[in-house]
Design a protein around this ligand. Structure first.
Ligand code: SF4
Length: 71
């Protein structure tokens, strides 16, 4: 029996659906009270060319900066 109330881990949703934002240094993962997960682009704070909540998946972006690998 499937548990319809179960949610995938937020980071799994993030990695699967967000395209370039998944490993961009400017992305911040936001989780709403209702359990929805969003990507907030931190570049939007200082640069109006970038959407605060970009439409996912982002396939091309001039602001993309790959995150440093975790050690
Ligand atoms: S700069 Fe582009 S790739 Fe990076 S978080 Fe913002 S929208 Fe996503």
């Amino acid at each position: 029996m499937q548990n319809k109330g179960a949610l995938a881990p937020p980071h799994a949703i993030f990695a699967n659906n967000s395209g370039l934002c998944a490993d961009c240094a400017h992305a911040r993962l936001i989780r709403s009270d209702r359990g929805a997960t969003f990507v907030q682009c931190q570049l939007s704070i200082t640069d109006p060319r970038f959407a605060k909540y970009p439409r996912l998946p982002v396939l091309s972006c001039g602001g993309y900066a790959k995150q440093a690998a975790n050690k």
